[in-house]
Design a protein around this ligand. Sequence first.
Ligand code: PGA
Length: 247
Amino acid sequence: MRKPYIAANWKMMKNLAETEEFISSFIPLVEGITDADILLAPPFTSLSLSAQMLLPTNVKLGAQNMFYEESGAYTGEISADMLLFAGCSTVIIGHSERRQYFGETNETVNKKIKMARSRGLEVILCIGESLEDRESGKTFDLLSAQLAGSLKDITMDGVTVAYEPIWAIGTGKTATPQIANETHIHIREWLSKNKENSDGVRIQYGGSVKPENIGELISESEIDGALVGGASLKPDSFANIVKGAIK
Ligand code: PGA
C-alpha cells in the first residue's frame, strides 16, 4: 500500500503574516502524524519563513512552479537551486492554471521536471482534462498524451502524479470517487506500461477536495492522496483532510 500524500497548494494566496499564522496553528494539529506525507506549497515570498517554521516538523515544503533554465537573464523566474536554498524539497509542475494562464505545455513541463529532478527536487506533476474533453470522451487519450509528453525520458523516482480534472478545480464539483478512481486506474496502467518501477508512484486526486469528501476518495483503490487548493487555506480544514486520508 502506498502512503497517503496530502499537499496544500495555496496558489496566489497568503502573505507572510498569514503564512506565519497558518503554520503556527497547523503544526500542533498534525504533530506526530507519520502515516501520511504532508506538504505545504505557499507562494515564493513565503518559502523562507515557512522553511524555518517547518524545519523541526513532519511537514515538507514545496513551491508551486519553477523555470527550467539553471540561471540567467529570465526576469521574474525562479530556478531549481533557488528553491533548494529556500528549503524546498518539492515543486509542483504543470498545474492547469499554469497551462491555462501562462502558456505551459507538455514540452515546457518536461523540461522543468528534468531540471527539478537533476537537482534532487521531488516533483508533483499535474495533469487533467477540461469538461469539454470529458464530455467528448477524450479524457483517457488526453491524459495519456499529457503523461507521455511531460514524462518523456524521465524516470519515476521522486515523481508524484496529481490528477486534477479542470472542471473540478475551485468549482465545488468533485469528480465522484468512482470517476476519479477509474481515471487513476487509467493513469496507473499507463505508468505500468511505460515506466519502470512505477508501482510505488503515488497518484493524488485534486479538485474541490475537502474534509467531508477525503474519506470516500482515499478509500478508492488507486487514490493515494490529494492536492488541495481552497480547503488547504484554513489550518483546521487542512488538518482534517490529512487525518481523513489516513486509511
Ligand atoms: P481546489 O484546487 O481544491 O480549490 O479545487 C485544487 C488545485 O488546483 O490544486
